[in-house]
Design a protein around this ligand. Sequence first.
Ligand SMILES: Cc1cc2nc3c(=O)[nH]c(=O)nc-3n(C[C@H](O)[C@H](O)[C@H](O)COP(=O)(O)OP(=O)(O)OC[C@H]3O[C@@H](n4cnc5c(N)ncnc54)[C@H](O)[C@@H]3O)c2cc1C
Length: 244
Amino acid sequence: MHRNGFETVSVWQETTPTLPADRKAREQCDVCIIGAGIAGLTAAYLLRREGHDVQVVDAFDMGAGETGRTTAHLTAVLDDRFVTLEKLFGTKGAQLAAASHRAAIDTIERIVREAEIDCDFERVDGLLFASGAEQVDLLNREGGAALNAGFTDLVAVDSLRLPGVRFHGPALRFPRQAQFHVGKYLQGLARDFPASDFNRAYVNNPLVASVVGDLGPILIIVMSALLLAPIVYLAHLPFAKRAP
Ligand SMILES: Cc1cc2nc3c(=O)[nH]c(=O)nc-3n(C[C@H](O)[C@H](O)[C@H](O)COP(=O)(O)OP(=O)(O)OC[C@H]3O[C@@H](n4cnc5c(N)ncnc54)[C@H](O)[C@@H]3O)c2cc1C
């Protein structure tokens, strides 16, 4: 899971063996997925389970990108805050954001069970707390917005004591969030992939081209190989980095 000797190595990367990979991409497949992070490998797992011929291409290794550096909290309590989401997208938009993240956690839990992936997955409560008096008003407003967004099981805590936090103020407790070992999870998703389904190659973004006609999208992989796939899923850039 390492990209080079200069980067720090996360605990997930240190404790997850690399994925066997073919050096050369297969020339044809039903679906080509670029990026072996949590998005690409989860999609690959689900598509393979439905019988599709899937090939995953990554410049480095599985979990070499953001996934290998995550804190591995699976939470529907979004960093962007529901007060903000409600303001930008209305109550329905905030509800959709919360529901989609809850569904994602449920999906991961279902995959962990059905594929028997031993990845320390556990449901835990999430706590959002004020670390100073100036944050109490925002926390209260966030509680209201989270309720509107559908967190009906949300519990308001009057005074929370946490080791290392001097301010003992209010908090919001969100039941049924989760945590896991993301490296073991990726390993489990890819457990049954033959080496020919995982290829190490750098995909040059501007050269991913869509051709109108019978051919479908054409993917050109730098270093000469040409790969044809009717469906190409670009899972190599985490969403946050795609925004201008
Ligand atoms: C410090 C930190 C903490 C985080 N904590 C959390 C958290 O607690 N909970 C949470 O939900 N999210 C968290 N995140 C965000 C989360 O990690 C990412 O949203 C998620 O991992 C993105 O997954 P991905 O599969 O989209 O992308 P990635 O994991 O980045 O996968 C992309 C893959 O594509 C490959 N690639 C890139 N470019 C090319 C190319 N040109 N050719 C071929 N391959 C290429 C990369 O090598 C990489 O393996 C955190 C992120 C960071 C950095």
